[in-house]
Design a protein around this ligand. Structure first.
Ligand code: ATP
Length: 361
């Protein structure tokens, strides 16, 4: 990575009363990245974002922004700007006045404000609504006003706290695309906080997955999905089947284990593992057939317990041996529907050994 624009170094935040909201977190964020802090409610992501913005100060650690430790610098002295969840806009001001407000209070000249407001509205495609009042606009449009207001201040880093959570589902999809387009156009580093994995996966170039104040893994969306490092990440990002297994032996990369409901199987692992592991496999990697598979795939015979139809896909739950249940997602790529199986039917479930992820944590 070239010199990071934001470097969070061993940052912790302990609130009065003893809650450790952020626990020794280190993250480097590169210039021009679309970076997401993702995790369940209470994992500390908002507190971390607020410390980058200066709204909160760390108990220990450094927050380097543009090469300078700004851990204790007030928000208005930092090259960052924040867009809040509720994207509060002033109801009595027009869109243009709202966008120019931050510039006006910092004493920017009127002609410069006019120019930058026009530029900001252009960026978020709102030029035609410059004279409207916010209450005459949709939620998505108000969101853009808030974005433009932050962008005209020309921050080096734009911080976004759950920016899409107040929008309805359809609008949210559209705004995701808009935000990625905007980030590419303006070339500013975006750091977004979200608890919505789809949002993070579809927009971010890299994601830090957090749990209980700590970073569990930092990686690209595809890396997190295909190579999660822990049960927590595998389970939090997308859906997953987790199968407990006892390790019988390891020769180089080949791992022999006794897996729950599967018996003896061979999987591959890049690292030396201990005695117990979990085998993770994504539902769409599993195949269902009525005849026993010919290949050397990992397999089991089971009974269809449930079929849920979602239009483009069907989610099938298979009851195997020893209490092992497996979720299988099939693509409904013909009008007859995916696997064409019914509740109660006996089927084979199988998958390629290389689609198994071996987890030790
Ligand atoms: P959410 O998605 O629900 O907003 P989050 O991951 O953003 O959650 P934080 O808001 O950062 O989590 O909170 C992390 C922990 O710190 C929580 O246990 C929370 O209750 C606690 N916390 C946050 N702010 C304060 C505060 N001002 N005083 C005391 N505890 C706080």
């Amino acid at each position: 990575m070239t010199e990071p624009i934001v470097s969070i170094r061993n940052v912790s935040k302990k609130f009065p009363g003893g809650v450790i909201a952020v626990d020794n977190v280190s993250i480097d964020i590169a210039q021009n990245e679309f970076f997401a802090l993702l995790g369940p409610s209470g994992c500390g992501k908002t507190t971390l974002l607020r410390m980058i913005s200066g709204l909160e100060t760390p108990t220990s650690g450094e927050i380097m922004i543009g090469g300078e430790n700004m851990a204790y610098t007030p928000p208005n002295k930092r090259p960052t700007n924040m867009v809040f969840q509720s994207y509060a806009v002033f109801p009595h001001m027009t869109v243009a006045q709202n966008v120019g407000y931050g510039l006006k209070v910092t004493g920017v000249e009127a002609s410069e404000i006019t120019r930058r407001v026009a530029e900001g509205l252009e960026m978020v495609k709102l030029s035609h609504l410059a004279d409207r009042k916010p209450d005459q606009m949709s939620g998505g449009q108000r969101q853009r006003v808030a974005l433009a207001r932050a962008l005209v201040k020309r921050p080096k880093v734009l911080l976004l706290d759950e920016p899409l959570s107040a929008l309805d589902a359809k609008l949210r999809d559209g705004m995701r695309l808009e935000l990625t387009r905007l980030q590419e156009t303006v070339g500013i580093t975006f750091i977004i906080v979200t608890h919505d994995q789809d949002e993070a996966l579809s927009m971010a170039s890299r994601i830090a997955v957090m749990d209980k104040g700590a970073v569990q893994q930092i990686a690209t969306p595809a890396e997190l999905y295909e190579h999660p490092k822990s049960r927590f990440v595998a389970d939090f990002i997308g859906k997953v089947n987790l199968i407990d297994a006892k390790v019988l032996g390891q020769k180089g990369k080949v791992l022999n284990c006794e897996a729950k409901g599967l018996g003896k199987i061979e999987v591959s692992s890049d690292k030396q593992v201990g005695s117990g592991v979990a085998i993770a496999v994504r539902p769409e990697k599993l195949k269902i057939t009525t005849a026993e598979p010919m290949s050397s795939a990992i397999r089991l015979q089971g009974k269809v317990r449930d079929v849920a139809y979602y239009g483009d896909t069907s989610h099938i739950l298979i009851e195997g041996k020893d209490g092992l249940d497996l979720s299988v997602n099939v693509q409904n790529d013909t009008r007859l529907g995916g696997a064409g199986v019914e509740r109660g039917q006996k089927v084979w479930v199988h998958w390629a050994a290389e689609d198994s992820i071996v987890l030790t944590e």
